[in-house]
Design a protein around this ligand. Structure first.
Ligand SMILES: CCCCCCCC(=O)CC(=O)SCCNC(=O)CCNC(=O)[C@H](O)C(C)(C)COP(=O)(O)OP(=O)(O)OC[C@H]1O[C@@H](n2cnc3c(N)ncnc32)[C@H](O)[C@@H]1OP(=O)(O)O
Ligand SMILES: NC(=O)C1=CN([C@@H]2O[C@H](COP(=O)(O)OP(=O)(O)OC[C@H]3O[C@@H](n4cnc5c(N)ncnc54)[C@H](O)[C@@H]3O)[C@@H](O)[C@H]2O)C=CC1
Length: 311
């Protein structure tokens, strides 16, 4: 994994927001994804407001960003503690916190939404933001599985709406899928692509098809792994080992599901099973349902398919 980190350090060291480009980013949702997006946006010179529901959640998000930046800084300034600290302080200084999304949207170039994977909740949020945000502000969703067009229809700015799908963990993963709905203007799309690049990512152009590119392939793969486990074909550990050593994946499907969060995994599957009732691979998993019902949401709660040390 060392080379991924080196790329991160190289790309992220000197790329301030370019003139005319998006300079101010509001990230709504300070969970796994929102905190990562806020971190990388700030580390690449953007001014960021991160929004979540309570001060308590936001202070946990802030601590997560600080910890992740500490890991980046250690690599970037190997033996120089002072430069490590000033790098972290500098990036943190570009992140403001707010519990009021409407207030935050009043003055920003871009809103990136990374809240719970629920269409109605996302629509309600964007509808409120649309009233408050300036004309020029672009809206983007980081949804894993919902149609961007369905979210965008809650606003009157379809031409300034698109998808910006980042990958977990955002500081390490080099891809952003930029999603265009039929109404997205070329200018909006270009500005989103530019932002992705300014954040040090490689971008791919996506249509608003289910799961875009990555998740259209990843979700069936992960769900087939779950079916194998449910059928008793192999253990989770053996399936993970097989996919890491036999297919070269950095994580096996169960490690990855735990890393993504089983709540988010279930939201995706529930949505797709409702929408595509005839597609067998998208149907619900009793195994995942039970884990979620027991509060075993993966790494974030200390247990999912596996158990984790709480750090
Ligand atoms: C069924 C439906 C489900 C569908 C779900 C869809 C969800 C989506 O919509 C789309 C998604 O995001 S899918 C998830 C995509 N992500 C992946 O596939 C991650 C796969 N894992 C990895 O790449 C590495 O294990 C990874 C990079 C994570 C960690 O690397 P390692 O395994 O080698 O572990 P470490 O030794 O801890 O880390 C290696 C170096 O990376 C640095 N690092 C890791 N995490 C970091 C973080 N969060 N922030 C900053 N730095 C970080 C770490 O410093 C370490 O460097 P060294 O110090 O040199 O070891
Ligand atoms: N977990 C993953 O690996 C990935 C998730 N995504 C997508 O990103 C989005 C967020 O996922 P995660 O960060 O994993 O979820 P998470 O559960 O870690 O974080 C979601 C955050 O949103 C906050 N929130 C919920 N409703 C809100 C509202 N109305 N206003 C402000 N904040 C609100 C919650 O308090 C929570 O902190 C989802 O749409 C998910 O599908 C996309 C790529 C990867």
């Amino acid at each position: 994994m060392a080379h991924i980190s080196q790329v991160y350090c190289r790309k992220f060291s000197t790329s301030p927001a370019v003139a005319g480009a998006i300079k101010h980013v509001t990230v709504i949702g300070g969970g796994l994804m929102g905190s990562g997006i806020a971190q990388v946006a700030a580390a690449t010179g953007h001014n960021v407001v991160m929004v979540d529901q309570t001060d308590d959640i936001l202070s946990k998000s802030k601590a997560a960003i600080q910890k992740s930046l500490g890991r980046v800084a250690k690599k970037k300034f190997a033996d120089d503690g002072e430069r490590q600290s000033s790098f972290v302080a500098d990036v943190m200084g570009r992140i403001q916190l707010n519990t009021d999304p409407v207030d935050a949207a009043k003055s920003t170039d871009l809103v990136v939404e990374a809240i719970v994977e629920n269409l109605d909740v996302k629509k309600k949020l964007f509808s409120a933001l649309d009233e408050a945000a300036p004309q020029h502000t672009i809206f983007a969703s980081n949804t894993s599985s919902l149609p961007i067009r369905d979210i965008a229809e809650s606003t009157n700015r379809l031409d300034r709406f698109g998808g910006l799908h980042f990958f977990n963990p955002v500081p390490m993963m080099k891809l952003v899928e930029v999603v265009k709905i039929p109404e997205t203007s070329n200018e909006t799309f270009e500005r989103l692509v530019q932002l992705g690049k300014a954040m040090g990512k490689t971008t791919v152009d996506c249509k608003d098809t289910p799961g875009f590119i990555v998740n259209r392939l990843l979700v069936p793969y992960m769900m087939e792994a779950v079916r194998m486990l449910e059928r008793g074909d192999a253990s989770a550990r053996d399936i993970d080992t097989a996919m890491k050593l036999g297919a070269g994946y950095p994580m096996g499907p169960f490690e990855l599901a735990d890393y993504v969060g089983l709540d988010t995994t279930k939201f995706i599957i529930d949505g797709w099973s409702k929408k595509y009732p005839d597609v067998q691979i998208f149907q619900e998993s009793p195994y995942v349902n039970k884990l979620v019902a027991d509060g075993k949401l993966g790494k974030k709660t200390g247990e999912g398919f596996y158990k984790y040390d709480k750090k």
